[in-house]
Design a protein around this ligand. Structure first.
Ligand code: SAM
Length: 281
């Protein structure tokens, strides 16, 4: 029997039985492994860390997309940073947006996911509203003249090429290209295991934005309790939305989702004590 051992944390790890390896190789930026597992279906690992799986990708991608987009209420132009597998793009395109610009550093990840994980991106890359740009997210954000209603950072962990996406210069770049009422959303890992990284990213985002906070989601493959997703804005408070208007907004959108709904949206802003403490640094 062949097992994949993830080594994201120094003293604990998780393993997946490998039924079959579909692809194994190295791009200019990272090691890529795509394999089949009996419970999770096809699994994508980058640099030995599980990024997404066919079975549970909907949980993470739905929450990272729909909470900021529903919270914004009228997003026309959305920017995704990272997200090479296309799962987040697919969720964002469920909204009546005019354009989604996706900036991913590694073209090979996109190509491999389209080939081996088509069930995750579906037809998102062929959608006429999608504009895929292959570039480093920090450089794009620093140089673009475009402005966005919502920016969503679907990054790898704060090691390797994704490290810069958790630091103040990148957040300041995002602040500069958000329109009035604009919202930034981020992935911030599992605070039980990644407390120091979480606190550092929380301090960075607070140093740049007038309003910032977190919401939680439980994703089976991101083991270790709840995962935190972040939001930040200069002029919009996303936290604790009122139940009535939220329910009506979600009903109007009629999103095809399996995890996200108005109740989950509202409840996600209730932070467990240890998460709230870690978020304060
Ligand atoms: N959707 C995944 C999940 O469910 O966890 C998140 C991982 S997604 C595959 C992360 C992507 O971020 C990778 O494809 C990686 O190439 C990309 N990335 C890392 N650093 C980047 C950077 N500086 N600029 C743009 N994309 C970056």
């Amino acid at each position: 029997m062949n097992w994949f051992q993830e080594n994201l944390h120094p003293t604990v790890g998780q393993t997946f039985e490998i039924d079959k390896i579909l692809y194994e190789g190295r791009t200019a930026f990272q090691k890529v492994l795509i394999f089949e597992n009996g419970r999770f279906g096809r699994v994508l690992a980058l640099d030995g860390i599980v990024q997404t799986t066919e079975a549970d990708e909907f949980i993470y991608h739905e929450m990272l997309a729909h909470v900021p987009l529903v919270g914004h209420g009228a997003a026309a132009h959305v920017l995704i940073i990272g997200g090479g597998d296309g799962g987040l793009l697919e969720e964002v395109l469920k909204h009546p947006v005019e354009r989604v610009t996706m900036v991913e550093i590694d073209r090979e990840v996109v190509d491999l996911c389209r080939e081996y994980l088509p069930g995750i991106c579906r037809t998102a890359f062929e959608d006429s509203r999608t504009d895929l740009i292959i570039a480093d997210g920090t450089k794009f954000v620093a140089g673009t003249g475009e402005r966005f209603d919502v920016i969503i950072v679907d990054s790898t962990d704060p090691v390797g090429p994704g490290k810069v996406l958790f630091e103040p210069p990148f957040y300041a770049g995002c602040r500069a290209i958000l329109k009035k009422g604009g919202i930034l959303a981020t992935q911030n890992g599992v605070p039980f295991y990644q407390g120091a990284e979480f606190s550092a990213a929380a301090a960075s985002i607070r140093s740049v934005f007038a309003h910032a906070g977190f919401f939680v989601v439980a994703v089976p493959t991101y083991a270790g309790g709840v995962m935190t997703l972040g939001w930040a804005s200069q002029d919009t408070d996303l936290a604790a939305p009122d139940a009535g208007p939220l329910e009506r907004a979600v009903a109007r959108l009629d999103l095809d989702t399996r995890y996200y709904n108005a109740g989950v949206h509202q409840a996600a802003f209730a932070l467990p004590g240890y998460v709230r403490d870690a978020a304060q640094g």
